[in-house]
Design a protein around this ligand. Sequence first.
Ligand code: SAM
Length: 309
Amino acid sequence: SEGAVKAPALPRYIRVNTLKTNAENVIDYFKRQGYAYLGRASSLQELGRLSGKQFLMDLHLPDILVFPPRTDFHKNYLYTAGHIILQDKASSLPAFLLDPTSGSHVIDACAAPGNKTSHLAALLKNKGKIFAFDMDTKRLATMGTLLLRAGVTCHQLANEDFLKVEPSDPKYSCVQHILLDPSCSGSGIVDRLNDLTDDDGSSSAERLQALASFQRKVLSHALRFPAVEHLVYSTCSVHQEENEDVVRHTLLENNAFRLVNALPSWPQRGLPVFPRAKCCLRASPTETLTNGFFVALFERKKGGEELLA
Ligand code: SAM
């Protein structure tokens, strides 16, 4: 809308789908298409300076290639063949941080349209199992197409309310990893940042409270799965209410888990509103050249530790 401050154009990120190819093949392909590969970036500033047909390997995350803003890959063969996934760098953080070992069992609690599910499958090398849930039938249909194109075969899709999934069901007795990326305000998405002036303050405060209460509920539900060792909570929101506040509330009520200091080389951290909030990651157009994003990595305390806490 007129008068709104335009967020800077972000670099374009792609994730190499290692279920179908590898970074070397993708780099060669782009070189043959006339792109100039500049190697691995050594600073964020370098990512921001890309222009024309240049591209770089990302400095924080493996298998992420970085192109100038507005590069369009929708018609590119590598995209239509599922060799690359069009995904913002920040939204590649959750699966990367969860880092499930190949062969393990994983829950993707709010999964559609499935970019993070396909990333999890790549890390699992399609071995093991991903139980993926979503309530939205239309988004699940899109997800089916996306996972097929990406060559994902280790998943079980269910059109279910995750809050109704029973943690004690023997089916989930080996689930050690959970990715929880619940519905949020979406306030970190750059196209929407430009529309923020349209928000009505009071109704958005109510909406935030409703979202935060859902997020707290779904997070504490996820932590009830008996074998879970690691859980990643993420949102594409910039609001403390949906991020640090949800994490703080959960840690206060659940003494069996603690935060892991995730990816120490990542420059932007959780707002320091409680001890160890800096273990969490934040992302933003200005500081990390991505959409606004939040990630927290929980880990189960080892035997006896919770008594000492
Ligand atoms: N993780 C997805 C990805 O990377 O493509 C994006 C997930 S989106 C932020 C949140 C999703 O949660 C929506 O698709 C929504 O339908 C789903 N959702 C909301 N409430 C749910 C619930 N109670 N159980 C399962 N899914 C739910």
